[in-house]
Design a protein around this ligand. Structure first.
Ligand code: F6P
Length: 517
């Protein structure tokens, strides 16, 4: 079945009509009043979680029309293309097979062409995990410093923080991503050269921030009398030659069909594996694979990535909501908003379709957030009474952190209360205290903060982003928009030294002179 861009389908016309006649006037309070089984109808279980969609601005009709859009757009065929290893990243002529990184060894459900690739995946995984176990049992290594940025930083940070209860008791983990050297300096002040392992994580091994920090770290290491660079530096990259040229002998590779923002399952996860151990790392992969299978095999009506994605599209293209707030109610998930920002905004922050034609509708929203309980004291005022309606995604964890049952109950109470308050609002005679309510949210309740639950949560979002990108007819797997800034940065760096402003716009030239005066 040919794929059809969302706005060229019959379903899109029907959705526009239904939004005008019913959608925009939808009222959650009334919806719950008229359908006593609304909660049951709009909530479901999925691997390692229970998700309540009932506080969203949807009803049976809009949901069915949205499912019709999925069918008519050819998303299910596109899904098959991804799982078959087709080059769906068309502008880079690459497949997008992050699912293969967590596919069980020997599982024959793969199309034939991928079985060889799967073998290579497991060889690399086994080698990476064996190295992680070696570092874990080497008491002479007390500190691991991951030098990376974007997808080479955000996933390992999120996972190590989320799975802190499984952290190796005698190892400290540090993450250096910022270019300014201050962050690296602060880390180097805390570690000793000969008890530190530096992991230079970079898919391309050309990223200025990472290579600059890695060079500074190596200079520091040598200046500290560090003896064996080869023993204290390793690289995770798909550019092994560049790593060797840098002087790193110990490299772990990954393939060009793994996007940076989809790479924490690969050797980029080395710091995670050192922290939690190989068994837990495999549990994290298994949780992601369970969600892959859920996405691959579940009918549309109970397919959670699809159900989330169609609500995202309903809000973005019909309600015209400009952003989505992520509100984790578990400290271990404090970097989840940042992780999801890159995943969604770098994947779907596009404005031309697969044919290079400008799209005639909005694509990715701004994804933002921070720990929900902290957000309550920062921006929840706007979420409740602001002029913009911003859908909120609550992510809570059912099982309390060890020894913190009573405090955890307060955390959960706040999450439930905020979701209820956004929906119910408050009618008063004092307009300053009036809250409109009818403000939508999704409530994701993870069973626990285990490796498997974390894996499932991240895979859920990867597939949700795939579905919205597929519906919008864009390429979710390239990121050409980041290239110009990198080129201009090199030019501006040279100008800061030379002072030359020839060819610069007046603003950049003016700032250059300010900076040089
Ligand atoms: O932001 C652009 C980007 O290429 C991301 O996609 C990637 O995760 C990050 O930079 C780091 O890239 P690398 O892992 O190649 O250093």
């Amino acid at each position: 079945m040919k794929r059809t861009r969302c706005d060229q389908t019959r379903a899109w016309v029907n959705l526009q009509a239904y939004y005008s006649s019913h959608g925009k006037a939808f009222n959650l309070h009334a919806a719950f009043g008229s359908k006593t089984d609304r909660f049951e109808q709009f909530s479901q279980s999925a691997p390692h979680m229970f998700v309540d969609l009932s506080k969203n601005l949807i009803d049976e009709k809009s949901q069915q029309l949205l499912y019709g859009l999925v069918e008519e757009s050819g998303v299910l065929q596109h899904r098959e293309e991804m799982f078959s290893g087709e080059k769906i990243n068309s502008t880079e002529k690459r497949a997008a097979m992050h699912f293969l990184l967590r596919w069980p060894h020997g599982n024959k459900n793969l199309t034939n062409g991928l079985l060889n690739q799967l073998q290579e995946v497991h060889q690399t995984l086994d080698r990476m995990l064996a190295y992680a176990e070696r570092i874990r049992s080497d008491d002479s290594i007390t500190d691991i410093v991951n030098i990376g940025i974007g997808g080479s930083d955000l996933g390992p940070v999120l996972a190590i923080q989320a799975l802190v209860t499984h952290k190796h008791p005698k190892k400290r983990f540090h993450f250096v991503s910022s270019l300014d050297g201050v962050e690296l300096g602060a880390v180097l002040d805390q570690v000793q050269a000969n008890s530190t392992l530096f992991v230079v994580a970079s898919k391309t091994f050309t990223t200025q921030e990472t290579i600059t920090n890695a060079q500074s770290a190596r200079e520091w290491f040598v200046a500290q009398g560090g003896r064996e660079v080869a023993e204290h530096f390793c690289a995770v990259t798909s550019n092994v030659e560049a790593a060797q040229a840098f002087g790193i002998q110990n490299s772990f590779g990954f393939w060009d069909w793994v996007g940076g923002r989809y790479s924490m399952w690969s050797a980029i996860g080395l710091p995670i594996a050192i922290s939690i151990g190989q068994e837990r790392f495999r549990e994290m992969l298994a949780g992601a694979h369970e969600m892959d299978e859920h996405f691959r095999l579940t009918p549309v009506e109970r397919n959670l990535p699809i159900r989330l994605a169609v609500i995202d599209l309903w809000y973005r293209n019909f309600f015209k909501f400009g952003s989505r707030n992520i509100a984790p109610y578990h400290r271990g998930l404090r970097r989840l908003p940042a992780y999801l920002q890159q995943l969604e905004m770098e994947s779907n922050g596009k404005s031309v379709d697969l044919c290079g034609e400008p799209v005639a509708y909005q694509t990715a929203p701004v994804v933002w957030g921070e720990l929900g309980a902290n957000g309550q004291h920062a921006y929840f005022q706007l979420l409740h009474q602001g002029t913009d309606i911003i859908p909120v995604e609550f992510v809570a964890v059912k099982k309390p952190p060890p020894g913190l049952k009573s405090q955890h109950r307060i955390v959960i109470a706040n999450a439930l209360a905020q979701a209820r308050a956004l929906m119910m609002g408050q009618a008063t005679s004092d307009s300053h205290r009036e809250m409109s309510g009818n403000r939508p949210s999704t409530f994701i309740l993870l069973e626990d903060m285990s490796p498997a639950s974390l894996g499932a949560l991240i895979a859920l979002n990867e597939h949700r982003v795939f579905v919205t990108g597929s519906l919008w007819g864009i390429n979710s797997f390239d990121q050409w928009g980041v290239e110009l800034g990198k080129v201009l940065a090199k030019d501006m760096s040279a100008r800061l030294s030379s002072g030359s402003d020839s060819g610069l716009d007046a603003s950049s030239a003016g700032l250059l002179h300010q900076l040089r005066s």
